[in-house]
Design a binder for this molecule. Structure first.
Ligand code: FAD
Length: 444
């Protein structure tokens, strides 16, 4: 990484157009996009090591963020670093929902955070206009009346930086200190599962390079083939089943994944890094803007990781913010209109998804509409395509319901009719209902 740009010496007081707190996915993506728009940016990161990475994360980046990765110029370097492109096969209680033969959406991306985080940080550090301050923790905000106008950061030697800016961006993750210091409104929604996982080497799970996801109603397990021939095996059991994971996480992980229907070859694999575990994943949403302030990534919305949306939304929210505010930051126009634009865009894109995720996060079993959608998608390719577009966050819940529900009802009716005809005395063999492929999907 360019030494000139990292920990650059600045006077104790320095002016920037934007100061970004946190040099992980959301912070670096924001800095890259603002820097390229001609904005002068400081990025402040508490960890001193340029190759630091987020240790608790299954790393799967949803297809909805692939356009953002391309725009950041990161997709190709990620592929060069060994990233695996995958779609998701869903094992429901009614059988498999395979990715439809004709994809409507791009594949997601798998690259361990160990490789991704240094890559995006280096890209940020090399972006003209961006200065990266590693090993500095933001502990206070600068204010002009009600308007946030910068941040106070300290390094381990106690040296203080006062970074003044027109915009302060909190990209400091779950439990955002910036959000707390700014006093923005927050909403929390309880979470009823725990998460454990680890990287394994061994035979690839069937369906690789596609990821497999077992919806065990209400537990969850997953296998994500990734770079270097590794597979990330993950489990998110409800809290009632958490004791055995706390006692011996690796044994419990291997037992759970070894026992799922059509399970992966985890018993023949070897864990190559210490297991990850997280007990508290309360959903936390902050109002994403205040005068002089914007929050991106987990700082704005730290949501149930079950659906693997956090990394993608960290990158996408950075893009929405940069697009909304760079016209103001690159000129002397007022910032407020840009912040309003960002707040609306964030809400429009994520509010519906977030409401559905909150509703399932407590650890409940599937409700009737979910049972209908998941079961019908095991034998209706068109519905499977709609569900894929929704699960990969390319369409919102409104569109999924409007197109998916009628389709699910029709598919179920066709299937019942077909079954009645097939079981009628003296009936001749009949072909499967249109759009179905139940035998290949293992549907029941
Ligand atoms: C168990 C689990 C599994 C997950 N699996 C997936 C998955 O498969 N796919 C997916 O998309 N998402 C997943 N996520 C979510 C994903 O990890 C996060 O959504 C994503 O990392 C958010 O990125 P971010 O940049 O907003 O925050 P973070 O990656 O948390 O980065 C915050 C940065 O801010 C820095 N910082 C914090 N405070 C300060 C301060 N005061 N001063 C300076 N710097 C500071 C931190 O050091 C850090 O570098 C998972 C999460 C969990 C818990």
């Amino acid at each position: 990484m360019s030494q000139a740009k990292v920990n650059g010496n600045v006077a104790a007081d320095e002016d920037y157009d934007a100061v970004v707190v946190g040099a992980s996915l959301a912070g670096c993506a924001t800095a890259i996009m603002l820097g390229r728009a001609g904005v002068r940016v400081a990025v402040v990161e508490q960890r001193p090591d340029a190759s630091a990475y987020k240790k608790i994360c299954s790393h799967y980046i949803q297809s909805s963020a692939v356009g953002t990765l391309e725009r950041l110029g990161l997709l190709e370097p990620m592929i060069d670093a060994g990233a695996v492109r995958s779609r998701v096969r869903l094992r429901t209680p009614w059988g498999w929902i395979d990715p439809p033969a004709e994809p409507l959406v791009p594949s997601g991306v798998n690259l361990r955070r160990e490789l991704l985080d240094p890559l995006i940080r280096e890209t940020a550090a090399l972006t003209p206009g961006v200065d990266l301050f590693l090993g500095h923790t933001v502990s206070g905000l600068l204010r002009d009346g009600d308007v946030v106008c910068g941040a106070l950061a300290r390094n381990s030697a106690g040296e203080e930086l006062r970074l003044r800016s027109r915009l302060l961006v909190g990209a400091d993750g779950r439990g955002s200190r910036v959000a707390k210091l700014a006093g923005v409104k927050s909403k929390t929604v309880p979470h009823g599962r725990v998460a454990y996982g680890g990287y394994f080497e061994g035979p690839p799970p069937s369906g690789a390079p596609d990821a497999s996801f077992w919806l065990l109603d209400p537990d969850m397990a997953a296998a994500f083939p990734t770079d270097s021939g590794l597979t990330f095996y993950a489990a998110m059991p409800v809290k009632e089943h958490a004791a055995k994971f706390r006692e011996d996480p690796v044994k419990a992980l291997v037992e759970l994944l070894g026992g799922v229907p059509d399970g992966p070859p985890i018993g023949a694999s070897r864990m190559v890094q210490p297991a990850q575990g997280k007990l508290d994943m309360t959903n936390v949403a902050h109002t994403p803007t205040a005068p002089g302030l914007a929050l991106v990534g987990d700082a704005a919305l730290a949501i149930d990781p079950l659906w693997g949306v956090g990394c993608g939304w960290a990158l996408q929210s950075a893009e929405w913010l940069a697009d909304s505010v760079s016209p103001a930051l690159a000129s002397s126009e007022p910032l407020d209109a840009g912040l309003r634009r960002y707040r609306r865009r964030h809400a429009r894109a994520l509010r519906g998804h977030a409401a559905m995720i909150y509703d399932y996060a407590g650890g409940r079993k599937f409700n009737a509409p979910e049972r209908l959608l998941f079961s019908a998608a095991t034998y209706d390719d068109g519905l499977a395509a709609v569900m894929e577009a929704f699960g990969t966050r390319n369409i919102g819940p409104g569109r999924m319901m409007i197109t998916g529900m009628p389709r699910a009802l029709r598919a179920r009716a066709r299937r019942s009719l077909w079954r009645r005809r097939a079981s009628a005395p003296g009936s001749l063999p009949v072909s499967t209902p249109a759009g179905g492929s139940s035998s290949s999907r293992g549907g029941r």
